[in-house]
Design a protein around this ligand. Structure first.
Ligand code: NAD
Length: 496
């Protein structure tokens, strides 16, 4: 199913046929490739090489570093269809979303190229005569990127393009569930390196491995920054380990995203927003809409309309004309069923959620998206289940809706649908949503790369992609220059 795609993208046959670790597609559960997981020893060698590459790359002028990223963007444009299809086959997301993921990679390349001519610091007024003060941003070192299965290419590109223009080298450990997309991304990056002509060896390397390989990166002091995307469970392990060696992290962890639906809302817009945010990528986005906090006066109408929309959604092979593909694996299906059964125990009324297409695909896990009307924000609602389950909660007054929005451990994305400017502004104020993303009349998912992406609380606090996220990939330095003939001390100290 993927041989032609992988070869077309420049991956050598040996890399995906000779290993002992089988890779299955969630589309029908069949084995499509086998890869070799790296040993701790080979990971250590790659860290060495990455460190050497950093020492050379940090002295290359930033706009020249940007040129490599520009070329990579061109290579991605030429290979968008094939890479998008591979993402679809390996993750089960629909082809359009596979293409969207590659487009995000292209967009972040463009962003990073522009950034490579900026990376600006400040000038600061000095209290001493004949002195200049400024803040400069210096390359940091090797950046370790650990990524999740559900965005097998874009998250790496978000990190790598910024890290490279900032003068760093990169080591990427993708999810063990999606190594084929990673092999293809690496092959495309190497094409860009060839066209570029003069990058140090090992500037951006790939490590195919499981969490043990990730742990080697996490513990190595030659890697000053670990950018880790995945579950809160993973972040709880990675964060303290990196902190113990005084390394830095960008943690992009689980979400539990809510929409407040106010009585004044444009319901046509809201129902479309709910549908895309709640069932897109089969509920397997970190920004998936998981909680609908709807005003009591419109609850019945909204639930009826969402149910009607759900009933029409086409479920099936993500490469064909469907809107929902399969869950990633059996474990994801079981965790969804476990959550639905817990929701019933906690007083929920479940609509949908059943397995689909079982006869046609006995080894794949397609599900109908579920809507669950809950009596309150009970334990199951406060937990992220990585599947298409939308919990419906009811509110009577706006303060209660805000409290429900914020009273979960996670803090990634949130939104409100309202035509009331007071509610909209309050939602985005100091006492409004406590999430990293707070939208008005737009759903919780589908962020653009221009803004900083990430969330608070158990989502980890990291920010990547746009705005000034690049600063996390650099070392801040404060410089004072004395161009006078005196040596005045700060704070008026006399030391003669
Ligand atoms: P996961 O936590 O199982 O795995 C993520 C990555 O971490 C994998 O590469 C895995 O090998 C690695 N890993 C796991 N334990 C590790 C350890 N102790 N040390 C080093 N590496 C370790 O997550 P998943 O199932 O692949 O992805 C789904 C989760 O990711 C969801 O919770 C989702 O919300 C989250 N996610 C968050 C964002 C975001 O930007 N906030 C984006 C995508 C996915």
């Amino acid at each position: 199913m993927v041989d032609g795609l992988l070869k077309g993208l420049g991956v050598s046959e040996a890399a995906f046929t000779n290993g002992g670790y089988p890779i299955h597609t969630p589309i029908d559960g069949s084995q499509i490739a086998s890869v070799t997981l790296e040993s701790k020893a080979t990971v250590a060698q790659k860290i060495d090489l990455a460190h050497q590459a950093f020492l050379a790359w940090r002295d290359v002028p930033a706009p020249r570093r940007g040129e490599l990223v520009r070329v990579f963007g061109e290579v991605l444009r030429k290979n968008k269809e094939q890479l998008g299809e591979l993402v679809s086959v390996e993750t089960g997301k629909i082809f359009q979303e596979g293409l969207g993921e590659v487009q995000e990679m292209i967009d972040i390349c463009d962003f990073a190229v522009g950034l490579s001519r900026q990376l600006y610091g400040l000038t600061i007024a000095s209290e001493r005569p004949g002195h200049h003060m400024r803040e400069t941003w210096q390359p940091l070192g090797v950046v370790g990127v650990i990524s999740a299965f559900n965005f097998p290419a874009a998250v790496w590109a978000w990190n790598t393009t910024l890290a490279l223009v900032c003068g760093n080298s990169v080591l990427w450990k993708p999810s063990e569930k999606t190594p084929l997309t990673a092999l293809a991304c690496q092959a495309l990056f190497e094409q860009a390196i060839k066209i570029f002509g003069s990058a140090p060896e090992g500037l951006s390397q790939l490590i195919i491995g499981d969490r043990e390989a990730g742990e080697v990166l996490v513990d190595d002091p030659r890697i000053p920054l670990i950018s880790a995307t995945g579950s809160t469970r993973m972040g709880r392990e990675v964060g303290p380990r990196v902190a113990a060696r005084f390394g830095r992290t960008i943690l992009e962890l689980g979400g539990n995203n809510a929409m407040i639906l106010a009585p004044s809302a444009d319901l046509d817009l809201a129902v479309r927003g709910i549908l895309f945010s709640a069932v897109g990528t089969a509920g397997q986005r970190c920004t998936t809409l998981r909680r609908l906090i709807v005003h009591r006066s419109i609850k019945d109408e909204v639930v009826a309309r969402v149910k009607a929309a759900y009933a029409k959604v086409r479920i099936g092979d993500p490469r064909k004309d469907n809107l929902i593909g399969p869950l990633i694996d059996k474990q994801a299906f079981e965790s969804m069923q476990g959550a639905l059964s817990k929701a019933r125990d906690e007083g929920g009324q479940v609509f949908g959620g059943e397995r689909q297409l079982k006869e046609q695909y006995p080894n794949a896990y397609y599900v109908a998206p579920a809507i669950v009307e809950m009596p309150g924000q009970s334990e199951v609602v406060r937990h992220e289940t990585f599947a298409p389950i939308l919990y419906v909660l009811t509110y009577d007054d706006f303060e209660q809706a805000l409290r429900l929005n914020n009273e979960v451990p996670q803090g990634l994305s949130s939104c409100i649908f309202t035509l009331d400017v007071r509610e909209a502004e309050r939602f985005q104020s100091a006492s409004g949503s406590d999430c990293g993303i707070a939208n008005v009349n737009i759903g919780t998912s589908g962020a653009e790369i221009g803004g900083a992406f990430g969330g608070e609380k158990e989502t980890g606090g990291g920010r990547e992609s746009g705005s000034d996220s690049w600063k996390a990939y650099m070392r801040r330095q404060t410089n004072t220059v004395n161009y006078s003939r005196e040596l005045p001390l700060a704070q008026g100290i006399v030391f003669d």
